[in-house]
Design a binder for this molecule. Structure first.
Ligand code: ATP
Ligand code: MG
Length: 443
């Protein structure tokens, strides 16, 4: 059996920077303050990592993430604190919930008088763009969680960190909350650097957004649960279509540029998927081990099939689009169009007219409101971001790790991207549920 390291590695440092010493008593009256030492969360919880390796006598490495939560002493004086919130990158279920949670916690827990909403991502900091800031009051945000998208709007495209920090200084912002994906966290790191260079006391707190579940040490972030639920609905539809016609094939394309977690997780949740194609597991279409051979066998055995493909799967078989979006992300070529063409042609060559129904729920997945689990998650993320910011911490993201909310240094989450480990038991479970061959590569 191929051996795999599934633990995601152990970071060398998990220390979180601060803008200064916290000296002000926290005004929160209810609950319990977090103890940095005692409440720290182990990064790795396997026995080998906790107790050391019995066979090799290797000593354990105890690395902890800082716990999230309210501190007894805070850095910013609440009555003189101004916060700002910005949402960047693509849409994801739960963005409004996070904005709402930040505003409610800042106003009600700390009595912060002002939370500003920056419109349309980083572009909102640039005066020439002409976007007004929005005063985010509890009244303004009270019902926004009922809707998908982000009330602040979002955008892609780089902006100069100097211009962003100029804007923060002009507006007298003490804490900036940046909600976005890996690109946003990279931008946030540059903003932190610029703030340090100028010797300012402005905290930057990141809230990781990744519908694809591809950010390191974010397991998984908000919106993923909702997106799997929505993808599963499309798959169920594809299954009904496939079983409702002779030679029925249901083909569903879901999000997943570089990581196929939505495809894998929704396949697991449905159990009706026969082929799950993800970017991490290259496959051939033709040849004796390719997809068409396996699909042919399945169709002749059972008369129908459901295929779920992540948008980034099989890109090596397509001509590169050569196009990039405003943030420099390569625009993917359409794998579903290729599959449709090849599958129909394959059966046509045998005089079989298949009934192929293609469903692409991609933008529906992004734009629906968050489900119950994600709402709860978003609410905790927002509240913990406010606690972290008020304590004077900066350059961190809020995440859930080993079931606890933690602070993670920004540079850790931007170092690499999370992918499905195709020799893990997780991927084996996907293969078991679909019944597809372990590999559909010819060599
Ligand atoms: P998604 O998961 O939807 O792609 P994202 O946060 O990665 O979310 P991007 O559009 O890549 O979305 O980035 C968001 C913002 O951060 C954009 O304005 C982008 O230009 C900026 N950004 C991305 N990478 C960097 C970087 N290395 N340095 C500075 N800014 C960056
Ligand atoms: Mg990105």
């Amino acid at each position: 059996m191929k051996s795999c390291n599934d633990d995601g590695g152990t970071p060398k440092s998990t220390a979180i920077p601060t803008v200064g010493t916290a000296k002000i008593s926290n005004p929160i009256k209810f609950g319990r303050f977090v103890d940095d030492e005692e409440d720290a969360v182990l990064v790795n919880i396997s026995r080998k990592k906790v107790e050391g390796n019995a066979k090799t006598k290797k000593k354990p490495t105890h690395i902890y993430f800082e716990p999230a939560g309210p501190r007894e002493k805070i850095y910013y004086d609440p009555s003189k604190t101004k916060c700002a919130v910005v949402t960047c990158g693509g849409l994801c279920p739960g963005l409004n919930d996070v904005i709402r949670a930040i505003v409610m916690a800042a106003h009600h827990e700390y009595r912060v008088p002002s939370v500003l909403g920056i419109q349309y991502g980083l572009a909102g900091f640039v005066p020439e763009q002409g976007y007004d800031v929005i005063e985010l009051t509890p009244d303004f945000v009270s019902r926004i969680h009922e809707f998908g998208g982000t009330v602040l709007g979002s955008s892609r495209g780089p902006q100069d960190p100097e211009v962003i920090v100029d804007a923060l200084e002009r507006m007298n912002v003490s804490i900036l909350f940046m909600i976005g994906g890996d690109g946003t966290m990279r931008a946030a790191s540059k903003v932190v650097e610029e703030i340090e260079k100028r010797g300012l006391s402005i905290s930057v707190v990141g809230l990781p957004k990744t519908i694809d579940n591809d950010i390191n040490y974010v397991s998984p972030s908000f919106g993923f649960d909702t997106s799997v639920e929505t993808a599963a609905m499309a798959i169920r539809g594809a299954h009904v279509e496939a079983t409702g016609a002779p030679w029925g094939v249901g083909l569903v394309k879901v999000m997943g540029r570089d990581a196929g977690f939505i495809a894998a997780q929704s396949a697991l949740s449905c159990q009706e998927v026969n082929f799950c194609l993800v970017p991490e597991d290259p496959f051939d279409i033709d040849g004796e081990n390719g997809l068409l051979a396996a699909l042919d066998a399945r169709m002749k055995r059972r008369g129908n099939a459901v295929i779920v493909v992540a948008e980034g799967a099989g890109q090596d078989m397509l001509e590169e689009s050569g196009k990039k979006d405003a943030s420099g992300n390569v625009k993917l070529s359409d794998i579903a169009a290729l599959l449709k063409r090849e599958i129909v042609a394959h059966f046509k060559a045998q005089n079989i007219d298949i009934s192929l129904k293609y469903i692409d729920p991609s933008y529906i997945i992004r734009s629906v409101p968050a489900n119950a689990n994600d709402r709860i998650y978003c609410s905790f993320l927002g509240i913990h971001a406010v606690h972290a910011g008020m304590s004077g911490r900066t350059g961190l993201v809020i995440s859930r790790w080993n079931g606890r909310y933690v602070h993670i240094p920004m540079d850790l989450v931007t170092k690499g991207k999370k992918r499905i480990n195709t020799c893990s038991n997780y991927w084996r479970a996907v293969l078991e549920s679909t019944g597809q061959p372990v590999s559909m590569k010819n060599t």
